[in-house]
Write a protein that binds this ligand. Structure first.
Ligand code: BGC
Length: 263
């Protein structure tokens, strides 16, 4: 289905788990050459297994450890991808972090940490990818993993909501600058998705019920449902899609509190 992704060089940050890992598996199945960026050494073994899985599927992969809140790590990551595979086709800024803290108790350190990873990391990843695309005169693709919280305020997660809200206008602005070169920049905004990061919270019956109550489709999403959209947006099927956000959220962003015609 996504034939044109075969042989494409795709860098994925936050590939050690969750949505990023699913992206990696799916691009591997599409026979892409995947550069797996991960931060925590605890992911090292998983990364080896993931690499093997991608190669078995007919793709290729390397794993690169680094921290997206560290500018030189991102610059090195793109350089490693280009040195190893000869080019860059697709950059996926997926690494992200969230932890609830009421705003009045949030330290400046906690604020900055989330902004650095989620927003500044994605900006530097986008900037470096654009530089490489322009250098190669390539119609490259950039995807950012955002969130429904790029538009829905999220109490106790002010740093996260601010980072994703910022990511929306960052993407739209950069798309406006570089669409003329055929560079496509878009966001994917997942809602409540089961990953190893959220499995615990969604297995709590109360939180699960509360969450489902906010989803018109009455279902918590699967990582595969997010990956399907990433494959589409990265492929030529999306050749005229620039500067937009696809919400993969079971309808969560459509004011579910009004379900049933309330108010
Ligand atoms: C967060 C999830 C949350 C979902 C819906 C996502 O951005 O990562 O933890 O369940 O938004 O609130």
């Amino acid at each position: 289905m996504f034939k044109d992704l075969e042989g494409k060089v795709v860098v994925i940050t936050g590939a050690g788990g969750g949505i990023g890992k699913s992206f990696a598996e799916n691009f591997g199945q599409a026979k892409a050459k995947v550069v797996l960026s991960y931060r925590s050494a605890k992911h090292k073994e998983n990364l080896e297994a993931l690499k093997a899985e991608i190669i078995k599927a007919g793709g290729d992969a390397i794993a690169v450890q680094g921290d997206v809140s560290n500018e030189s790590d991102i610059i090195d990551l793109i350089q490693t991808a280009v040195n190893h595979f000869g080019t860059l086709d697709i950059m996926i800024n997926n690494a992200g972090f969230e932890r609830p803290v009421p705003s009045h108790e949030m330290t400046t350190e906690e604020w900055k940490n989330v902004i650095d990873i989620n927003l500044t990391g994605a900006f530097i990843g986008s900037r470096e990818a654009v530089k490489q695309f322009l250098k190669e005169d390539k119609k490259g693709v950039i995807l950012n993993t955002s969130s429904v919280h790029d538009t829905i305020p999220w109490p106790n997660y002010v740093n996260y909501a601010a980072s994703k809200g910022g990511m929306k206008l960052m993407m739209e602005t950069m798309s406006m600058e570089y669409a003329q070169y055929g560079i496509r920049i878009n966001n994917i905004s997942p809602g409540a998705i089961v990953t190893e990061h959220t499995r615990e919270k969604f297995s709590n019956p109360e939180t699960r019920a509360e969450t489902i109550d906010m989803i018109p489709s009455r279902k918590i999403g699967e990582v595969q449902e997010v990956s399907n959209v990433a494959l589409f947006l990265a492929s030529d099927l999306a050749s005229y899609v620039h500067g937009t956000t696809i919400y993969v959220d079971g309808g969560m962003t459509n004011y579910p509190a009004f379900l049933g015609g309330k108010g």
